[in-house]
Design a protein around this ligand. Structure first.
Ligand code: SF4
Ligand code: SF4
Length: 471
C-alpha cells in the first residue's frame, strides 16, 4: 500500500540542524560514494564542454576585444565582445538586474539546475577534484579508512600526491580567474616575466591559489551550504511547481526493507540509504527539498540503480515538481513564474534598446555661464560653449565636431587636440557662429554631431541665443 504522506510534512526535525555539523558542533566530514549512472554520464559530457568553453573563452577575441573581461580594478567590462565603460554603467546595472531576474525565474522553474550542472564550484569540486580523489584514494570506504589510518608511508604518499595535484589545479584556476579579470596577455606576462616586475600580481595569483586549494581541499560542500547565498534564496525562489531533484514520496512511502518471500506492503523505497550515501552534502532527499541540495543528480542514479536491482520502475528520485508528485498531473506555470517572465521581457527589451542605441562617445556642450550672444562685425552671431567628449570605447578615437544643419560654423578657442584615448575624455571651448540673417528666433535649437572618418558616432543638441528678428 502506498502512502501519500510526505515525510517532510510529518517530521521537520531535520530542518532544525545543519547536516554537516554534529550535536557537539563538530563538522561532519562527508565521504560520498562514487557516483555512476545515466545522469552522471550526462554531467561528465556537459562538464567537458563547459570546461572547454571556460578555458578557451579568454583566448577568443571579437573585433580585437576579448569575448569577456571583468576588470573590476580598472572598471572595464567586456561582455560578448561589447565594451562597457564607466559612462555605460547603467547598462551594466540593467544587465545585472536582468541577470538576477533571469536567475530567479530559472530557479523558480528548474530549482538549482545551475548549481548541479554549471556552477564552477560544483563543476570543479565534484567533476575534477573529487574524481582525482577517487582515483588516488579509492571510493568512500577506502578514503575513510585512509583518513583514520596512521601516517605511514602509503598514507603520506597518497596525501602528498593528491594535495600536489590539487595545488597545481588551484594554480590553474587562479590563472583562469585572472585571465577573465586582466586578459590573457597580462596573465602571459605574469607567467613569463620575472616576479620582480609584477610582485603585486604574483602575490594575487599565489593568494587565489591558496584560497582555491583551501576551498576544494577543506571547505568543499560548505562553500555551497554555508558560504554561497544562492542556496539560502531557495526558500523564496522555489514553489511547488519548481522542477527539482525530488523523491516521489507518493510512490516511495511508506518505506520499508525488501524481504525475500514476503508480499510487499510498503511503498517502493526499500530504505537502502544509497541516495544518502552518494550525497555530497550529506542530506536525505527523502526528507523533501532542502537548502543543502545542489541538484547534483547523484541520488537519482543511485536510486535508479537500486530500482533496477529489485525490479521496480526507475524514477523514484527524479527531476519533478512537488505539484506533479502529489497531483500526478502535468505542471503549469505558476503566477510567480509568469510575473518573472513579464519583468524579464521588459528588462531585456530595455537592455536591447539601450545596446542598439548605444553610442561610442558621449558629449555635453553648454553655453559658458554668464555669457550672452556676440554680434560680430562680419554679420554673424556667436555663442561661446564649453564642451566635453567622453570616449565610451576602449579604442582611440579622433573625433570631429560638426554642425549638422550647416547654417553655421564652429571655431575652437586655441587649437585643441581632440584625440580621445580609450575610455578617456577631452574638453575645450568653442564658438558657434551663425549668419544673423539665418536666425529667425531668439532661441535656436542646434543639432551637432561627433564624427570619425566620416562616420557619425553621436548626435546631440544645444541651444543658441540670438537677438531675434529686428523690425
Ligand atoms: S540530495 Fe541528491 S541531488 Fe541533492 S545534493 Fe544530495 S545527491 Fe545531489
Ligand atoms: S536509493 Fe531509492 S530506494 Fe534507496 S533509500 Fe533512497 S529513495 Fe529509497
Amino acid at each position: 500500500m502506498k502512502s501519500s504522506i510526505n515525510p517532510s510534512e510529518t517530521d521537520e526535525s531535520f530542518r532544525d540542524h545543519f547536516s554537516a555539523v554534529d550535536d557537539y558542533g563538530k563538522r561532519i566530514w562527508f565521504y560520498p560514494q562514487k557516483p555512476k549512472g545515466k545522469w552522471h554520464n550526462r554531467r561528465v559530457v556537459f562538464t567537458i564542454v563547459l570546461l572547454g568553453l571556460m578555458f578557451s573563452a579568454p583566448f577568443i577575441h571579437v573585433n580585437g576585444q576579448p569575448l569577456f573581461l571583468f576588470n573590476i580594478l580598472e572598471r572595464k567590462f567586456i561582455i560578448f565582445g561589447v565594451f562597457i565603460g564607466p559612462q555605460d554603467y547603467w547598462i551594466f546595472g540593467l544587465g545585472m538586474l536582468s541577470f538576477l531576474v533571469f536567475v530567479s525565474l530559472f530557479t523558480n522553474l528548474f530549482g538549482r539546475l545551475w548549481c548541479g550542472w554549471a556552477c564552477p564550484q560544483t563543476v570543479f569540486m565534484e567533476m575534477v577534484f573529487r574524481k582525482i580523489e577517487y582515483a588516488i584514494e579509492g571510493d568512500w570506504n577506502k578514503q575513510r579508512a585512509l583518513d583514520k589510518a596512521p601516517w605511514d608511508r602509503k598514507k603520506i604518499t597518497k596525501k602528498a600526491l593528491k594535495w600536489t595535484i590539487f595545488l597545481l589545479i588551484s594554480f590553474l584556476i587562479a590563472n583562469l580567474l585572472l585571465a577573465y579579470v586582466l586578459g590573457v596577455a597580462e596573465v602571459g606576462k605574469i607567467v613569463t616575466h620575472p616576479v620582480s616586475e609584477h610582485p603585486g600580481l604574483f602575490l594575487g595569483v599565489a593568494g587565489f591559489t591558496l584560497i582555491f586549494f583551501f576551498i576544494f581541499t577543506w571547505l568543499r560542500d560548505q562553500a555551497c551550504t554555508v558560504v554561497c547565498p544562492y542556496g539560502r534564496l531557495q526558500g523564496v525562489l522555489l514553489d511547488k511547481s519548481s522542477v527539482v531533484v525530488a523523491y516521489d514520496h507518493v510512490r516511495g512511502e511508506k518505506r520499508g526493507k525488501l524481504r525475500k518471500g514476503q508480499e510487499r506492503q510498503s511503498g517502493d523505497c526499500i530504505d537502502c540509504y544509497q541516495c544518502v550515501r552518494v550525497c555530497p552534502t550529506g542530506i536525505d532527499i527523502r526528507n523533501g527539498t532542502q537548502m543543502e541540495c545542489i541538484n547534483c543528480t547523484a541520488c537519482i542514479d543511485a536510486c535508479d540503480h537500486m530500482m533496477d536491482q529489485v525490479g521496480f520502475e526507475r524514477g523514484l528520485i527524479r527531476y519533478e515538481s512537488e505539484e506533479v508528485i502529489v497531483s500526478r498531473k502535468k505542471s503549469r506555470f505558476s503566477a510567480k513564474a509568469v510575473g518573472y517572465i513579464v519583468v524579464l521581457t521588459a528588462l531585456w527589451g530595455g537592455l536591447g534598446y539601450a545596446m542598439f542605441n548605444r553610442t561610442s562617445t558621449e558629449t555635453t556642450m553648454l553655453r559658458v555661464p554668464g555669457t550672452r550672444y556676440i554680434e560680430n562685425p562680419d554679420g554673424t552671431i556667436s555663442n561661446l560653449y564649453n564642451f566635453k567628449i567622453y570616449n565610451k570605447t576602449n579604442e582611440q578615437i579622433v573625433p570631429e565636431l560638426r554642425l549638422e544643419d550647416g547654417k553655421g560654423t564652429l571655431k575652437f578657442a586655441g587649437n585643441p587636440d581632440l584625440t580621445l584615448e580609450p575610455t578617456g575624455s577631452v574638453q575645450g571651448t568653442v564658438f558657434i557662429l551663425i549668419p544673423a540673417d539665418k536666425i529667425k528666433e531668439r532661441k535656436v535649437h542646434l543639432k551637432l554631431g561627433v564624427y570619425e572618418k566620416g562616420e557619425r558616432l553621436e548626435s546631440f543638441e544645444t541651444t543658441f541665443m540670438a537677438p531675434g528678428i529686428r523690425e
